[in-house]
Structures are given as structure tokens and as C-alpha cells.
Design a protein. Structure first.
Length: 109
């Protein structure tokens, strides 16, 4: 007896539609991030006491961490607190970089 083989036919692929290339517009900064915030006394010891956007607070905080070598050597996501940062971090000796932004947000108005 001969076996009947039926080949499953796949539907023919349609040619991909050509995408129109639109010019990208310059990204506008989010107004909420650019609104100046006032650091409290504990945070101003690290970043300064002038009102500045949240993005600038984070930049200055990282500059302080790198300048003083406070990033953990083994796990670089962790920040080791010195005396000034321990007050900002709520008394913790070490926090992750993701937890840091949460703790810092409590010190701005």
C-alpha cells in the first residue's frame, strides 16, 4: 500500500508595508522633573541648599557618592552611607540605588 502524503500549505506572506519615516522632534523635558524642589537641612549638607530640579539633586548626590568612594566595591548597586548620608538614608548603613531615590524624596519639598 502506498501512503498518501499531504503537504500542509502555508499561506503566502504578504510583503511588508513600507513605513514612512517621520522626522523626530526634540524631546521636551517633563515639567514635573524640572520644577525646582527645596532640599531640607539633612540633604542640603550633601547637595547644597538652593532650590533645584529633582534631576539635578540626583546628579549632585551621585557626584558626592563617587567623589567619596561610597559605592560598594562588590555590589555596585549598593551605596555605603557616610555620616552625612546616614541621616538622609534614615540611619541605614547601606541602601540600594533604587531605594536611595525613595529615601531622598522624603527630604525635598
Amino acid at each position: 500500500m502506498a501512503k498518501k502524503t499531504t503537504a500542509a500549505k502555508k499561506p503566502a506572506k504578504k510583503p511588508a508595508a513600507k513605513k514612512t519615516t517621520a522626522k523626530k522632534t526634540a524631546r521636551k523635558p517633563n515639567a514635573a522633573f524640572m520644577k525646582p524642589v527645596q532640599p531640607d537641612a539633612a540633604l542640603s549638607a550633601v547637595v547644597g541648599n538652593k532650590p533645584m530640579p529633582r534631576t539635578e539633586v540626583t546628579k549632585k548626590l551621585w557626584a558626592y557618592i563617587k567623589k567619596n568612594g561610597l559605592q560598594d566595591a562588590k555590589n555596585r548597586r549598593n551605596i555605603n552611607a557616610d555620616d552625612a548620608l546616614k541621616v538622609v538614608f534614615g540611619g541605614k548603613k547601606q541602601v540600594s540605588m533604587f531605594e536611595m531615590t525613595k529615601l531622598v524624596s522624603k527630604h525635598v519639598k
